[in-house]
Ligand binder design. Structure first.
Ligand code: FAD
Length: 480
């Protein structure tokens, strides 16, 4: 007998229930990845990652003597055809929770059941719990993180299932395409920085988790906000592509802290696990409020008086705003496809509040340039920054980029790494070059407006402008 396993964001062998259960017994198993084609949404950096992730997953299957069938097209048409062609008894897959994924899930299930093929769909395989099945006391979805966390953390997290012992794919020719033919890699090679920074794939994800647990976890709370330190796990792209499951991370972290009996490590691991629940919260929200990627959670913000300013948007995207911490973040993003969480908040606040440019511009740029671009996490992050989403930063909280820089990058390690033209500046001048004396600038070899830009906006004035704009929203909300 034969089973098909349809894979999307579960490019892993371990804790992949669809793959594991399909391979039980004497069944032949056909693992299939279907690329929807050019219209598919991932941005450039994500496509680069996906290409390598598929290569890595396919190689892992080959090590087991199995093969990955890669196809292009509409899964709701191809899977039923494939089931007939291979005389498959059952199609296995993990349920998606994002709006596009849910629509496709339904279409695939309808088409398969319609022709009499059995479907086995696994809930919450890429989550700590089923994001569609967490409710507040009134039976509604949560909109605030802390009560969500209390409720979600009270649900026990399933243990990961092991990798299948063996997978036997059907013999003979398979009518698939090569991974290369999906053309996920950029035509003009801009991905050198991504290659230097990352190794996609399940083995690399596991190695990163091991290093983090062995080394980073014990100092997580103290270091996670400092972009100059390597203080976070950097597991986000691996999680996004399903190269490692959150349950695997959760139990590995818990086991480490419990086996050490170290109270401090236990506290650190709780702080870390709480972050994993932010990811759960983001997916819970997007599932229940699917319009969130396009529209603010609170509709009155649709009328927000955003400015339009192409030159300032390009300065922000290119890391040429004249604010070193903002520019460092945007350049880290462009070079490596990732940005530190603290800096994501700083650059986000700068775009939305200092420049008064819509959070959607930020979300789109991140979606194109992040290797961990994730519709749920990105939307939550940007609506938080924009003050228009659930649990959002209060409208009057306008990050001061210079104070944030001094507090979270006090020695300028991060700035010097990503804005090397400022590396000779010291102290205040490094965080705010426009305050440097002409002697300081001369010694550092910098002319503002030449080697490094003048600030595109003056923060104090921009803050007042933002407060006035946000005040109109506040009164609209309080009238409701
Ligand atoms: C404006 C903005 C946009 C963002 N866009 C994305 C995005 O597209 N994809 C993405 O994965 N994260 C996004 N985040 C959340 C966060 O910045 C990243 O998850 C984090 O920086 C990833 O690094 P890490 O794996 O080292 O995190 P760690 O600190 O090691 O945390 C472990 C994991 O917890 C989850 N997590 C941590 N913080 C958050 C958070 N605030 N929201 C949701 N999940 C979280 C992630 O899966 C992360 O990998 C965004 C945040 C902001 C402010």
């Amino acid at each position: 007998m034969r089973n098909i396993v349809w894979l999307r964001h579960e490019l892993r062998l371990t804790d992949n229930p669809a793959l594991y259960y399909a391979a039980q017994g004497e069944h032949e198993v056909l693992p299939v990845f279907i690329w929807p084609g050019k219209t598919s949404s991932p941005g450039g950096a994500s496509r680069w990652w996906l290409h390598r992730s598929l290569l890595s997953f396919s190689a892992k299957l080959q090590e087991m003597g199995a093969r990955l069938l890669v196809m292009t097209g509409d899964a709701s048409k191809m899977l039923p055809d494939l089931a007939v062609q291979y005389e498959a008894e059952t199609v296995f897959w993990s349920r998606a929770y994002d709006p596009e994924g849910c629509v496709l899930d339904e279409a695939v299930e309808r088409a398969l059941r319609g022709q009499g093929t059995t479907c086995r769909i696994f809930a919450g395989a890429n989550h700590l719990l089923n994001p569609a099945d967490v409710w507040n006391k009134s039976g509604e979805p949560f909109k605030v993180f802390t009560p969500f966390y209390k409720r979600a953390a009270s649900v026990s997290v399933d243990r990961p299932v092991p990798a299948p012992g063996k997978i036997t794919t059907p013999a003979g020719r398979m009518d698939g395409v090569t991974i290369e033919s999906l053309q996920l890699e950029p035509e003009i090679d801009w991905a050198g920085g991504l290659r230097d920074a990352w190794e996609p794939g399940e083995s690399a994800a596991k190695a990163r988790l091991d290093v983090f647990i062995g080394d980073g976890l014990k100092a997580y709370e103290g270091e996670r906000d400092f972009p100059g330190q390597d203080g976070t796990s950097k597991l986000s792209p691996h999680l996004h592509f399903g190269e490692i499951s959150p349950r695997t991370i959760y139990h590995a972290v818990r086991e480490q802290s419990e086996s050490s009996r170290d109270k401090a490590l236990f506290r650190e691991s709780e702080v870390y696990i709480r972050q994993l629940y932010w990811r759960e919260f983001a997916h819970h929200l997007l599932h229940h409020f699917p319009h969130m990627t396009e529209k603010p959670m609170y509709p009155e913000y649709e009328k927000f008086p955003w400015r339009k300013d192409g030159a300032q948007l390009r300065a922000w995207q290119g890391g040429r705003t004249g604010y070193p911490i903002v520019d460092a973040g945007m350049r880290e993003l462009w070079t490596t496809g990732w940005m530190h969480n603290r800096v994501r908040m700083i650059v986000g606040s700068f775009l939305v509040k200092d420049l008064l440019l819509s959070w959607r511009h930020g979300a789109e740029w991140f979606a194109d340039t992040l290797v961990d671009a994730d519709a749920a996490n990105n939307t939550l992050g940007w609506q938080w920054v924009g003050g228009c989403g659930p649990d959002a930063a209060p409208y009057f909280r306008v990050f001061n980029p210079v104070l944030q820089s001094k507090r979270f990058d006090p020695d300028g390690i991060y700035i010097k790494r990503w804005v090397p033209e400022l590396a000779s500046l010291q102290g205040n001048a490094l965080h705010a070059p426009w305050t440097a004396s002409s002697a300081e600038l001369e010694v550092a070899g910098i002319t503002l407006g030449k080697e490094y830009p003048q600030p595109v906006v003056e923060h104090a004035g921009a803050r007042e402008r933002a407060l006035m704009a946000y005040a109109t929203m506040k009164s609209a909300r309080s009238r409701k």
